[in-house]
Design a protein around this ligand. Structure first.
Ligand SMILES: [Zn+2]
Length: 480
């Protein structure tokens, strides 16, 4: 058995005007791809020969520049064209990679892989939970599974479940096709976390469905609400365990879609939603610590720009801090960062922070000292990779982490090993996130969703969508 595997992962946000360039990705080839993929273990246990494709990942951001997409997708196709004798191809994709002038990157890539390798090669796909899967995508693959954790912690289970089904298909000569249903609806990302009903119930149901002998994988794609594109929608797919169960799984997928659609008005925010002004005041008054505050409209893990100074200004303007020390993380200002980098730790500094393009990025003058110089770490699956510099400026009540491009502190390591900070120094921590990532959620005594404006604005009912294929409840389609 010979299997090629790799990752090409990006979540596009069309409300972010910055396009994703080739160099924005963390990118490796060769043995390191095999080392980084969770699926490798399953294929190695089946004595498969592994062909590394590419491992390529970046923080969510705008739409992918065509040139960047072509570069990475062509590398995958080049390696596959040198290995046309593979029995299987396993890819870890996002499912919401919108590409300039092309639409769904995942769909385009899979079409090209099928054209190159023909109908007999078994293709298995691991997707993010927030995939806007193209309706024709599942016809091109043999197994598909989305992550089943929010925040995401089961990339390993997802890859390995797909890999196990692929091994079975290859060994038994089967070609299953996942049965896909697109819903006329999109679940709100911040209203669907594992800790809360009804997502918890839906995920429980998926596990139960997979106990049936007819079902290999039952999966839910929540969708990505901040990408105004044709494929924006919640979706479900059921991969049969054998070809003869295809009709059974088709009916089951329809049933599952109806069930999810029936719950459409039951989702609500898990974190406490407050205006930016209220969020700052509430967080310092709250007795338990630490309090985490998500700058949810500028959530870089949902593809927002990451340069807003709204929450920083709210905290700097507080009259009363109740003895609390606040950390405002990852404001993107490459100019301020460059100035700080010329100083050494301990130097006094007076500096303007903010791109000052508009009200959201309004510059603010800060007086303090350089507390720490450190490194920005990469996104999911690339937390060990250093992707830029960070500098923390200390002021009396508020410390500020600056970076040279969009960033987000998604794990404890981002704060400690990366930025060199002691998290215990802070009672309030502001992050460029929506729902908190798993490690931070566990630490938070209170998690507040500050309803800031930006590319991941939470009140999606108020946004105008021009490219969706209506109906996508509750989003409003406004023709161009
Ligand atoms: Zn996701």
């Amino acid at each position: 058995m010979k299997v090629a595997l790799g990752m090409f992962y990006h979540e596009a946000n069309s409300f972010n005007p910055k396009m994703v360039e080739k160099d924005d990705f963390v990118y490796v080839e060769g043995q390191e791809v095999i080392d980084r993929m969770f699926a490798s273990e399953v294929f190695q246990d089946a004595n498969a020969e592994l062909v590394p494709l590419i491992y390529c990942n970046t923080l969510p951001n705008g739409i992918v520049r065509r040139e960047a997409y072509d570069f990475y997708s062509n590398r995958i196709l080049e390696i596959l064209s040198e290995n046309k004798d593979v029995d299987g191809v396993m890819l870890h994709l996002h499912g919401s990679m919108e590409v300039e002038g092309l639409g769904s990157g995942e769909y385009d890539l899979l079409k090209k892989i099928r054209q190159l390798l023909g109908p007999d090669v078994i293709i298995g796909i691991a997707l993010d939970a927030h995939a806007n899967t193209h309706p024709e995508f599942c016809k091109l693959v043999n197994a598909v599974r989305n992550y089943r954790t929010i925040p995401h912690t089961d990339q390993n289970v997802t890859e390995q479940t797909v890999a196990r089904h692929m091994v079975k298909c290859i060994q038994e000569g089967r070609k299953t096709v996942p049965q896909f249903v697109r819903l006329p609806y999109a679940i709100h990302a911040e209203k669907a976390t594992m800790a809360t009903w009804p997502l918890s119930e839906i995920y429980e149901k998926l596990w139960k469905l997979e106990e049936r002998q007819e079902v290999a994988i039952a999966t839910l794609g929540i969708g990505m609400m901040w990408c105004d594109c044709e494929t924006l929608a919640t979706n479900v797919a059921v991969t049969p365990s054998k070809e003869e169960y295809t009709d059974y799984c088709k009916a089951l997928a329809k049933e599952l879609a109806d069930y999810v659609y029936g719950l459409r008005d039951s989702f609500d925010f898990e974190q406490l939603p407050l205006s930016p002004h209220e969020a700052a005041r509430y967080s310092v008054r709250f007795e338990g610590t630490p309090v985490y505050v998500s700058d949810s409209g500028d959530n870089t893990t949902g593809g927002a720009v990451g340069d807003h100074t709204i929450m920083l200004r709210e905290y700097l303007n507080l009259r009363e801090y109740y003895g609390k020390k606040i950390l405002v993380t990852t404001i993107w200002d490459e100019n301020a960062l460059a100035v700080c980098m010329e100083h050494k730790e301990g130097d006094e500094i007076e500096i303007s922070i903010g791109h000052d393009y508009d009200e959201n990025t309004k510059a603010v003058l800060v007086k303090g000292k350089i507390k720490k110089k450190g490194k920005l770490r990469g996104y999911m699956g690339c937390e060990d990779d250093e992707v830029g510099d960070v500098v923390t400026i200390e002021t009396e009540h508020v410390d500020i982490v600056l970076c040279g491009h969009a960033g987000s502190f998604i794990s404890v390591r981002h704060f400690t090993d990366g930025a060199g900070l002691n998290m215990d120094d802070y009672q309030v921590i502001v992050v460029k996130q929506g729902y908190l990532f798993a490690e931070l959620r566990k630490l938070a005594k209170l998690a507040i969703l500050a309803l800031t404006p930006g590319g991941t604005h939470q009140l999606v009912e108020n946004l105008e969508y021009h490219n969706i294929k209506p109906p996508v409840y509750p989003l409003q389609y406004v023709p161009k």
